[in-house]
Design a protein. Sequence first.
Length: 326
Amino acid sequence: MHIAASRYEGLIEGVPINMHRISLKGDIAMNIQSGQFKPWSPFRGLSKLGFAVTAALLLGNAAAAPPVTTGMVKSNFDYVTTWFSEARGCENIQSYVRAGNKRSIVEAVLTCQALKLGGYKGEYKMLVTPNYTRAMLQAANGETTMPSETLWTDELDEKKFYTTKPLLADGDFVVGVFVPADKVKSYSIKSVADLKKLKGVTSSLWVKDWATLKDMGVELLDTPTDDSMFKMIAADRAQFTLWSFNSNPNFEVTLDGLTMAAVPGVKIYLHGERSLAVSRAVPHGKAVFEALNKGIDILRANGTLARALRESGFINKRAESWTALN
């Protein structure tokens, strides 16, 4: 039986035990406060000392698998934390149909599930990071184990990252042209020529977005974060940005009080594969990488990977017949 523990102090009799949680498979939990143990059948009948020795041995085994720390933006952190709490663990999530779900969120869920399916015993620990680029830099420097979402495979430095098998194949990543939702009916975009009449905003750090729009001859403003993109559009300094499709009725996405929606009928491909990236700078990086690959194989073979991307709205039937501008 695997037991993973977190936030614990002293297990020798006479030293207060402050273990907030011991998590068993199936998310059965027991609480221990100041040496007090609420009996549960596997440990029933043990003395304090016997329990302390048993717990120490079990915790020693859990400590052999360090946590997988992963960076994500705060909005995703709040969303995924709530989802995991409601499901009592990522392994219990079977449906990916959920209001507000999107690619970067469902990838965080799939990452956690792949780790468990691949046999990794450490905790999946989410941390807040300002943006996509910072998450990648933190992992490259060994501050975290990995970003929580996929990265463009051809952008990854093999000296800094283990690159998993792709979660997204070339052709999977399709985005819409997003404008303020209250103005969406005023835009008629049917061709690249129509798009070039507008000014776009994205980040040059989002290499595929930037290069794709530049290749199309679109005038662009550069800003580093998604919230600043929305602010520039709200101020009418730019008219559109590229954004992934989601599960909302008109693909709406709201940030900093501005709701954006996709202009119906057109889409843009961002070409390339996307994989998970594991830091080579952390000692357990290779073990995490190997577990992820095993888990990804299982998720792909049983159809969960494809279903999750569809149910999240990222791969979306409603946009299948839309005209590709590139």
